[in-house]
Design a protein around this ligand. Structure first.
Ligand code: CO
Length: 459
């Protein structure tokens, strides 16, 4: 049996270990090797890369994508897309989602992995439809979570619905690294018995389960796994590519990657790892195994956010109370999967409930919007008393929130005027207004400087 590998070093490993600070110029020299290594796909765009390019790296994310494509003509380029939220946290109109997807594909993306934090399929259907229309591969995603209302049946039902949207693959996305080898095996087996499309598995090594989980998922029939080249693997990143390939090959699985080239790729990234460790971009703590994630059933990132928040308020001694309150808040809210931004929202609310000494006395705008139904449908029932305390007599919205939104593009284009050089620029602005505009200004400034320089030389 064949197993295919999605390499995440350019996107999720980069995001999970060093907050997406890897500049294009750093990895440019290794792109042609990545292209020859025999990966199924190269995850290289979407997620936080777009924001990070504009905000920290002074790079045009679209240009980055085009350059990667030019250097990697033989490997499918993959991106992660948050459905109707695109790359952010708010909902966009269908027009914007369609244009963003179309442009992503035009600029070089071959596979779009599309998910919704609540597994509300109304939030992924437009992106899936547009991906298919443009001839790319849509990977429909199940956000894996553990709760009393999530079980094999609900995940299988969800997978069947996702498959009926026409996706070419289904991804089990375990963003928290809590999918155990047994649960992963059972889930993939159930999916393989009920859906026809290939199944891919995405996990994180945070809790230490990741390597075992991927092995068991492959045994259960998963065709594609996400891994990261070893120097950027482990901890909050993915299990290591070379290690998984070695172990799976021993079992007789057929894997198309070239192990010599994997070594070359890893050797390339090693000195950069030393550099980011020295300059503090890579905190050695994120490389370790955090078994606490399993006890609390909260993602590693959420745990560190809570610690930071309570430390800032000088209330760290109440961490245990907050961790006990977290599952109660999650239950009140209908068991949303603890994935960004819901993990942060639930954590902040649990802390507010504990610190105020009264539950839901203080409620964030985001939680209010969630209870109103603006994020989509909660997986379970939202507690009626909590809903009443937060919304008063206001009725929650049960429709599809994107249907209430005006197209963002015409206004943004008009506002930007000559600052936007392309539709892609306008989309950057719609996704991250402040960061994009600041980037356009710097770009303009650079051009002016180049121009002056040329005249000086002529003189
Ligand atoms: Co991930």
């Amino acid at each position: 049996m064949e197993v295919k590998i999605t390499e995440t070093v350019l996107r999720d490993a980069n995001q999970s270990l060093i907050a997406t600070r890897m500049p294009f110029s750093l990895f440019e020299p290794i792109l042609s090797t990545l292209d020859k290594a025999g990966y199924y796909s190269l995850e290289c765009w979407g997620g936080a890369t777009f924001d990070s390019c504009l905000r920290y790296l002074d790079e045009d994310p679209w240009e980055r994508l085009r350059k990667i494509k030019a250097a990697c003509p033989n490997t499918k380029l993959q991106m992660l897309l948050r459905g109707q939220n695109l790359l952010g946290y708010k909902h966009y109109s269908d027009e914007t989602v369609r244009l963003f997807v179309k442009k992503s594909i035009e600029n070089g993306i071959d596979i779009i992995r599309i998910f919704d934090a609540l597994n509300d399929l109304r939030n992924i259907e437009t992106a899936v439809d547009e991906t298919l229309k443009n001839g790319a591969i849509a990977s429909g995603t199940i956000c894996y979570t553990i709760s009393p209302i999530h079980n094999l049946d609900t995940f299988v039902k969800l997978a069947k619905q996702i498959e009926s949207l026409g996706v070419q693959t289904i991804c089990v996305k375990d963003m928290a690294g809590i999918l155990s080898p047994k649960a992963g095996y059972d889930l993939v087996k159930a999916l393989k018995e009920n859906v026809k499309v290939p199944v891919s598995v995405h996990t994180h090594a945070t809790s230490g389960l990741g390597f075992m989980t991927l092995l068991k998922c492959v045994e259960a029939g998963a065709e594609i796994i996400d891994t990261a080249i070893s120097s950027f693997s482990g901890g909050t990143s993915q299990p290591a590519t070379e290690t998984m390939v070695y172990a799976l090959k021993e079992f007789g699985y057929d894997i198309a990657v070239n192990q010599k080239l994997l070594k070359k790729i890893n050797d390339f990234f090693k000195p950069y790892k030393s550099e980011v460790m020295k300059n503090g971009t890579l905190n050695p703590l994120v490389m370790g195994t955090q078994a606490d994630v399993l006890n609390y059933q909260v993602p590693g990132g959420m745990l560190s956010n809570l610690v930071a928040q309570l430390t800032a308020q000088n209330e760290l001694d109440r961490l245990d109370e907050v961790l006990e309150e977290t599952p109660r808040v999650r239950k009140d809210l209908g068991y949303p999967p603890l994935v960004t931004p819901l993990s942060q929202m639930v954590g902040v609310q649990a802390a507010a409930n504990v610190l105020a000494g009264e539950r839901y006395k203080n409620v964030s705008t985001e939680i209010k919007s969630y209870v109103k139904g603006e994020y989509g449908k909660a997986p379970g029932e939202i507690d009626k008393d909590v809903q009443k305390k937060i919304l008063g007599d206001e009725e929650p919205y049960t429709g599809r929130f994107a249907d209430t939104l005006e197209p963002e593009f015409p206004k943004a284009k008009e506002y930007l005027g000559s600052k936007a050089k392309s539709d892609e620029d306008v989309l950057s602005y719609i996704a991250f207004p402040n960061q994009a505009e600041a980037f356009f200004d710097r770009r303009e400034e650079r051009k002016k400087n180049t121009f002056t320089y040329k005249i000086v030389r002529k003189d």
